[in-house]
Design a protein. Structure first.
Length: 129
């Protein structure tokens, strides 16, 4: 596994937030889990588009380390694992919805596929023209 050569130098709460839930995949994972929970890995993978198993697994691992996602493993055969947002993870959802509404107001070139996938955020509500 990749090991950073330098320690993270986070000097601002915003930097911490962007490190924890920023990036291309973490926010998507949080949004999917916020609207359909709990989800098994294969269900979560099915909700994501253009993500590899390695990237999804790594992002889930980081979200679990940061306390945003919990993983429950059931002692069954075949094995069953479910992912859900923790209270800390749920507290991020309104922040992401606000970012989504802001982006929806200023980014007009959203594809039909994107807008269909993002209906849960209701990014058009309160959009400035």
């Amino acid at each position: 596994m990749y090991q950073a050569k330098l320690e993270k130098d986070i000097r601002c709460p915003l930097e911490y937030g962007l490190d924890v839930f920023g990036g291309r995949w973490k926010s998507r994972i949080i949004c999917v889990l916020a609207h359909r929970t709990p989800l098994r890995y294969s269900q979560l993978r099915g909700e994501m588009v253009n993500i590899t198993d390695a990237v999804l697994a790594q992002n889930l691992k980081e979200l679990m380390q940061d306390g945003l996602v919990s993983r429950t493993q059931f002692d069954e055969i075949p094995p069953r694992v479910e992912y859900r947002l923790t209270d800390k993870g749920l507290s991020v959802v309104p922040i992401l919805q606000t970012i989504c509404r802001w982006a929806g107001a200023y980014h007009k070139n959203v594809s039909a596929f994107s807008s269909a996938r993002c209906k849960a955020c209701d990014y058009t509500a309160g959009a400035a023209d």
